[in-house]
Design a protein around this ligand. Sequence first.
Ligand code: SF4
Ligand code: SF4
Length: 183
Amino acid sequence: MKENKKMKTIKEIRVDVNKCNGCLSCEMSCSAAHAMPPYTSVNPARSRITVVIDESTDAYIPIRAGDYAEAECAGRNKYTIDGKEYESCLLCPASCPSRSRFTEPDSGLPLKCDMCESLDIGEPMCVQVCHPGALTYHEYQVEAEDSITPERGEKEIGLEYLVKRYGLEEVVKSVATMAKKSA
Ligand code: SF4
Ligand code: SF4
């Protein structure tokens, strides 16, 4: 008898760099959708997607924010695509202490793409506004591995960062003060 395998949904944004024209609508709309409260401001520095514009190669490359890297890499990647050489770190999606990309400008907290799951908008915002079709959304099912650990969410990553920077005691005190104020 065939065993029933557990399935999980993979959400994917495919990027066709040849269609990207550098309009930056994705950056602006992502920052607006994730503003607090939503849609009250537009600030691409708060976007979880950035369009790398490399004038030396005439390329526009959208990159979505990935995981927070605690420390700068010991080694770096340097890509050559179609004979054009890109600066090292240029295509890396990490929020990393070596640069300001994907760091919230006011709080210094790392930013990570959440596939717009925190918003009730159907397809991700950056995909909806990308009229040239450089970003397209796809969902499909794959077999779930039993041993896979759940992905850490934005809250866990943010808290871990704050604890490392200020210490657990300070973070707990601040949360307690905030809780009193909002009670
Ligand atoms: S909205 Fe689309 S075409 Fe415009 S910069 Fe972003 S990825 Fe490129
Ligand atoms: S999927 Fe949503 S959170 Fe991620 S980059 Fe696009 S608009 Fe921003």
